[in-house]
Write a protein of this length. Structure first.
Length: 179
């Protein structure tokens, strides 16, 4: 099995990807880029709830938010933002609930957290737009949403400008920002 050969699928894998670049053999196994310059919005019906580095409303402790939260009803399907290799698919990382981690051909890494269900396992390759699982509220989550992180060399980056479109809540702006 590819996951075993590459050493994927356990907490050590996620820990490395949170702190450092993926191993070269992981990036090679991620396949080729899709050819699209922008990332695909992961939840087609989902709306941006909370942005990068934004604290929760009413939070006593202002903790840095390493990703974005995309609100959607429980069970809504989410998809891969780019081609890649599944590095982790489980619920063993504190706070994230059910978590899927994908390594991309450009060595970036995406985290999809708080999911209700995950449809893939470590070692599988994914294509841009492929359904990966269902939005949920596992782990430390308030309401059904997808927590999405984009990391480069282990550091979280704000992904908003990287998406082909961003769907905003009606109270902030009208609808979609096409990129």
């Amino acid at each position: 099995m590819l996951a075993h050969q590459l050493g994927l699928g356990d907490f050590k894998t996620v820990n490395r990807l949170m702190l450092d670049s993926p191993k070269p053999e992981w990036v090679t196994s991620a396949g080729s880029p899709s050819g699209n310059q922008k990332l695909l919005w992961p939840v087609p019906e989902g709306k941006l709830w909370r942005g990068f580095n934004q604290a929760r409303r009413g939070a006593k402790h202002r903790r840095k938010h390493d990703g974005i939260d995309i609100g959607a009803p429980d069970g809504t399907l989410f998809r891969a933002v780019e081609n890649g290799l599944v590095a982790y698919s489980d619920n063993g990382v504190r706070g994230y609930g059910n978590l899927l981690v994908v390594i991309h051909p450009n060595a970036s890494v995406t985290f999809y957290a708080h999911t209700k269900a995950l449809y893939l396992f470590p070692g599988q390759t994914v294509k841009r737009g492929q359904v990966l699982g269902e939005v949920g509220h596992t782990g430390i989550a308030r309401g059904s949403h997808l927590h999405f992180e984009y990391r480069v060399r282990g550091r979280p980056r704000d992904p908003i400008k990287l998406f082909d479109q961003v769907i905003l809540p009606n109270y902030r702006h009208a609808g979609t920002i096409a990129r």
